[in-house]
Write a protein that binds this ligand. Structure first.
Ligand code: ADP
Ligand code: MG
Length: 612
């Protein structure tokens, strides 16, 4: 007699449960997703303070027909998938009809529901996989799933649970993510009977601002070949020290994806410091056949058919949004949680209440170039609290960058000429290091080195981007000795290095010759630069390292030629510096992400002098 047996159904469900509901938050997610699929408008989640003796999700969705109640708790029973092609275009959250059966095998579950076409409600019980008979009860239209004594029959699983506080914080994260995806649903979480989270129905902007915990939220979106990327983000000065502030959604599902996370960070390149994270929500929607969402049972991973394109979409959308956002070229408003920037509402941003901008905000005599650039992009600035809601058009492209010279800014758009810095009244220079200036409502102190460093950084970047780099041919090649390994790796990356403005040739077994280079690289820097680059390349063995290296290197060059701290400046030099700050993007960040200016609002000054 053979020894191979089929596993009993309950055991199969229990094994599946291990994947689907590893922890209480996963269970909450499954139950909430079922409620969303049932078109619920109100979802209430209740948990006990230990996050496992009671978890209850109540919705007002369309409910379950009495005959379907036992089916709902069967494995691989679903109303959502009918054939294989459905698997590829899943629009609902249904996975494979396993969730309820799996959950029911590891707890005491009651499923109570009244279908919208039915006159009475029924309840069915499932105790650790043992299914009861439906009984009639009273229950409003919709469904309640109650889970008690989770994992009581599986001591091994219980051991994997972390502290109740941790499990509850995970539940909150799940609910926040769902609340973002579904702003028109009213979400409530009660812990031990007490209201813990409440998201009443609201606009996506408001929900984004409350979830990012930032008073001001900007938004932007772009579309490439049917793939859409929408972002909501805080002012980059309002940043986080944990990556929890980065929210990534694909097809409205919260996703964990290292590559897309890298794409987001790439968008913030040279704006944030090491170990700093942006507060951002990124939502990607692609045609269903371009993504597989069923990679993992918890559905927290996805696989794209064209990952490279998605990476580019995400990083370029963020970059464009930041580049075009005029409010970023100066400091943050008074609500900034980090004390470095204290600017208040600056007049440049004040637009009548209710002002709503539609793209394009430019009236562009030069034709379609701008419209194209602003295609489907929107930007709103919102403030909470007493300050009325303000909408700010995006779209300030700084002079000298992409704006055609004859572009006019439409008159309904008072904020949009980027002359914030050059309009400051210069009071003087202190310690030969800081410019002290006056804006209509603040004292503005600018770090001259940091400011100039950013300007030079942007200038060099632009130079690199333009195909017309001015190479300087050398009479004799500059010879640099190095190890054969270094020499080889540099030659292998010869083309990339040329893109950085340096032309190299092999001269000897241990010697590289520089034959041409762009004029803004100081010749004396070349040996050190190439040695350092070879070292990095050997370390990482990728061509990507060149791109990584480029920023570092441009930053070094920018730093090299920039105005120093301790350097006395003439009035003309100060004026020129401020003018340049208006010309280039991100002038309120030095290339290392440090702030460039500090704002001391008169409001604060008056408070400090007890004048209010
Ligand atoms: P799936 O969601 O993959 O279909 P589940 O085990 O989560 O599998 O649910 C099984 C079925 O039970 C669903 O297909 C749906 O028909 C029904 N169902 C579950 N929860 C609800 C709910 N809250 N409201 C209405 N129907 C539900
Ligand atoms: Mg489900």
């Amino acid at each position: 007699m053979g020894i191979i047996r089929e596993l009993p159904e309950t055991l199969i469900s229990q094994i599946a449960a291990g994947e689907i509901v590893e922890r209480p938050s996963h269970l909450v997610k499954e139950l909430c997703e079922n409620a969303i699929d049932a078109s619920a408008q109100n979802i209430l989640i209740e948990v006990s303070s230990d996050a496992r003796s009671l978890i209850r999700v109540t919705d007002d969705g369309f409910g379950i027909m009495p005959d379907d109640l036992p089916m709902a708790l069967k494995r691989h029973a679903t109303s959502k998938i009918h054939d294989v092609s459905d698997l590829w275009r899943i629009q609902t959250y249904g996975f494979r009809g396993e969730a309820l059966a799996a959950i029911g095998s590891v707890c005491r579950l009651t499923l109570t529901s009244q279908h919208y076409q039915s006159t009475s409600a029924y309840r069915i019980q499932c105790d650790f996989g043992l299914l009861g008979q439906p009984v009639e009860v009273s229950h409003p239209q919709g469904t309640t799933v109650e889970v008690r004594d989770l994992f009581e029959n599986m001591p091994a699983r219980l051991k994997f649970l972390k502290s109740p506080a941790y499990e509850i914080s995970q539940i909150r994260q799940i609910i926040r993510a769902l609340a973002l995806s579904y702003p028109n649903i009213r979400w409530r979480l009660k812990v031990n009977g007490k209201l813990d989270l409440l998201f009443s129905d609201t606009s996506l902007e408001k929900r984004a601002s409350s979830i990012l915990e930032t008073p001001t939220v900007f938004s932007y979106s772009s579309k490439e070949n049917n793939m859409e990327c929408q972002i909501y983000y805080a002012h980059p000065h309002d940043k986080s020290h944990s990556n929890k502030s980065v929210w990534l959604f694909v097809q409205k599902r919260l996703i964990n994806d290292r590559s897309l996370f890298a794409a987001i960070m790439e968008g913030y390149r040279s704006i944030l410091m090491h170990q700093e994270y942006p507060k951002i929500i990124v939502s990607i929607v692609v045609p269903p056949e371009k993504v597989d969402v069923n990679v993992s049972p918890t559905k927290s991973e996805v696989r794209f058919t064209e990952p490279g394109k998605i990476f580019h979409l995400v990083s370029s959308t963020i970059r464009r949004a930041l580049e075009q956002n005029s409010s970023l070229s100066k400091g943050l408003d008074a609500s900034s949680p980090n004390g470095t920037l204290k600017s208040t509402t600056l007049p440049i941003n004040e637009i009548p209440d209710g002002y709503q901008t539609n793209i394009p905000v430019f009236s562009s005599p030069a034709g379609s170039q701008l419209n194209l650039l602003h295609d489907s992009s929107t930007l709103h600035l919102e403030r909470n609290g007493s300050i009325p809601q303000v909408h700010i058009p995006n779209s300030i492209i700084r002079e000298g960058l992409t704006t055609p010279p004859d572009t006019k800014i439409s008159s309904e758009n008072p904020s949009s000429h980027p002359t914030f810095w050059s309009e400051l009244k210069i009071i003087g220079q202190v310690r030969n290091t800081y410019l002290v200036c006056e804006s209509p409502d603040a004292i503005v102190i600018i770090d001259q080195h940091a400011a100039d460093e950013r300007i030079r950084f942007e200038q060099i970047q632009q130079n690199l981007k333009s195909q017309t780099m001015a190479f300087q041919k050398m009479l004799y090649p500059l010879l640099i000795d190095m190890s054969p390994e270094k020499k080889e790796i540099l030659l292998k990356n010869k083309n990339e290095i040329r893109q950085l403005g340096i032309q190299i040739e092999e001269v000897g077994p241990r010697t590289i010759g520089v034959t041409e280079h762009v004029d803004w690289i100081e010749e004396s820097c070349l040996p050190q630069l190439l040695h350092q680059m070879a070292h990095e390349l050997l370390e990482h063995e990728t061509t990507l390292a060149v791109a990584d290296w480029k920023d570092h290197w441009v930053a070094t060059q920018a730093c090299h030629g920039a105005i120093r701290a301790g350097q006395a400046l003439s009035l003309q030099e100060m004026v020129a510096l401020l003018k340049n700050m208006d010309t280039y993007s991100f002038s309120s960040f030095c290339p290392h992400g440090r702030p460039v200016a500090v704002f001391y609002p008169f409001r604060e000054l008056e408070k400090d002098f007890c004048r209010t």
